[in-house]
Design a binder for this molecule. Structure first.
Ligand code: C2O
Ligand code: CU
Length: 476
């Protein structure tokens, strides 16, 4: 059985990692994995699919420390899975039943800035905010979470987060396991510090929740299961794989499918990142989804102690056969570096980007609709960061000057930056311009984001300049 639990000591703490996850003794993986329900929706007279999300306080007995105070959407912890198809018009009525401001950001979604749910769209207590947009991107595993200025970590950590699955007509989606909750499973991973009936606002916790379930197992009924992995933690980085290190297939990253399934034994995810993997299982077996010490670009700060099981997969005695995985899914469109009109540099250090901390009234970058840019993002620190860009899905051109590994070959909206590393990203700003409302880019380690490691960019029409920022939240 498993290692860990013993104190990692100052070595781990100095690396900014914090508590090792404690899986000693108490973890019997005896709780069935909770599957977030699919959100109900109605189609209104204009053909819009309408969802309702209530951000609300709650309490939950995780089986850890009695009853814990929490936040959730439409429930006591996390939220339902929203699901919509490419081309569909959606509206989400976000109702704030908390007694503090919140907002809801659609992480990974390509949509107008005023629908983005960032810090300029606060939803006041008692108010309802109703963004609407047309789904305009490939099938993908996205997610939603609050993004209020300076309070993202607190609210996400209390339980405000959920998955947003997009579908499309690409034949890949039918070739992959796609029966939600049966062979297509959301896996929302969060480490927690739970104490005295509260989720504490620490960088890391020593307890692991999956979909809000402590020590979960999943009964597998097909010989392949698709796991939609989401790292919704404050700052922990995971390297997911099967305990026996059998190869799994990575089929999609943040923005959707890859060109072909990539066999690998581990996939590293920093906060905000997603990966869809297809796992082969044998009848009757038990095998754990494990987190291994993540590699940090040649130099690992982690020890073998930071290794723990996440989810116990228990295969039924007889399994239904799944469709074979296609050898390839089809090329992805390219973004050609030769077409880039601008190269920008972003240096992440301490709590700032290029020396500046987040200022709600400052626009840090003005981009032009219809153009492609290359962004070089550099972690000049001794600690970990990552980099998330709203509005776009980007491609990774290089990591530390080298071609990216296969797992970074597809659409991404968040990229991990180990200490002293650099990534070159290429992205195109399309469809939506608004000179007065910025999108965010930031480190998705939530304490860094809240502490100021965030900047703002607007997309303007050719020839236009940025205007004065005008927030458009919901006040009643
Ligand atoms: Cu997941 Cu700016 O956020
Ligand atoms: Cu950071």
């Amino acid at each position: 059985s498993l290692l860990t639990g013993a104190l990692g000591g100052t070595f781990l703490l100095a690396a900014g990692c914090g508590n090792p996850v404690d899986t000693v003794g108490q973890v019997d993986f005896s709780r069935p994995l909770l599957i977030p329900p699919l959100a109900r929706s109605t189609v209104d007279g204009d053909g819009q699919r309408v969802f309702t999300l209530h951000a609300q306080p709650g309490q939950r007995d995780f089986g850890i420390d009695g009853t814990t105070r929490t936040f959730g959407f439409n429930g006591d912890y996390l939220g339902p899975t929203l699901r919509a198809r490419r081309g569909e018009r959606v509206r989400v009525d976000v109702v704030n039943n908390l007694d503090e401001d919140t907002s809801v950001h659609w992480h990974g979604m390509h949509l107008p800035a005023r629908m983005d749910g960032g810090p300029h769209q606060p939803v006041r207590p008692g108010a309802t905010w109703s963004p609407t947009w047309t789904v305009n991107q490939p099938a993908a595993t996205l997610w939603y979470h609050p993004h209020p200025h300076g309070r993202t970590r607190e609210q996400v950590n209390q339980g405000l987060a959920g998955m947003f699955i997009l579908d499309d007509d690409d034949p890949t989606q039918r070739a992959l396991p796609h029966d939600y909750g049966v062979d297509d499973i959301p896996v929302i991973v969060q480490d927690k510090d739970i104490h005295g009936g509260r989720i504490r606002n620490q960088k890391t916790g020593n307890l692991l929740l999956v979909n809000g379930t402590y020590a979960p197992y999943l009964t597998v009924v097909t010989d392949r299961v698709r796991l939609r992995l989401l790292n919704a933690s404050v700052s922990r980085v995971y390297a997911f794989g099967l305990a026996d290190q059998r190869p799994v297939h990575l089929v999609a990253t943040d923005g959707g499918r890859l060109a072909a399934p990539v066999p690998l034994s581990r996939i590293r995810l920093s906060p905000g990142e997603r990966a869809e993997i297809v796992v082969p299982v044998h009848a009757g077996e038990r095998v754990a989804l494990r987190s291994f010490p993540p590699e940090l670009g040649g130099k690992s700060f982690e020890t073998g102690r930071d290794q723990f099981d996440v989810l116990d997969l228990r295969a039924a005695a007889t399994l239904r056969r799944s469709a074979n995985l296609p050898a390839d899914f089809g090329e992805l469109p390219r973004l050609d570096p030769a077409t880039a009109v601008t190269t920008r540099d972003f240096r992440l250090t301490g709590t700032n980007i290029n020396g500046d901390e987040m200022d709600m009234d400052r626009i840090d970058a003005v981009t032009t609709l219809g153009t492609t840019e290359i962004w070089t993002v550099r972690n000049t620190d001794g600690q970990r960061h990552n980099f998330h860009v709203h509005d776009v899905q980007f491609r990774v051109l290089s990591i530390d000057g080298a071609a990216p590994p296969a797992e970074l070959s597809g659409w991404k909206d968040t990229v991990f930056l180990p200490p002293k590393s650099a990534a070159r990203l290429i992205m195109k700003f399309a469809d939506y311009a608004d000179p007065e409302l910025p999108y965010m880019y930031h480190c998705h380690l939530l304490m860094h984001e809240d502490d100021g490691m965030m900047g703002q960019f607007v997309v303007v029409e050719p020839g236009q300049s940025a205007g004065r920022i005008s927030g458009v939240g919901a006040h009643e």
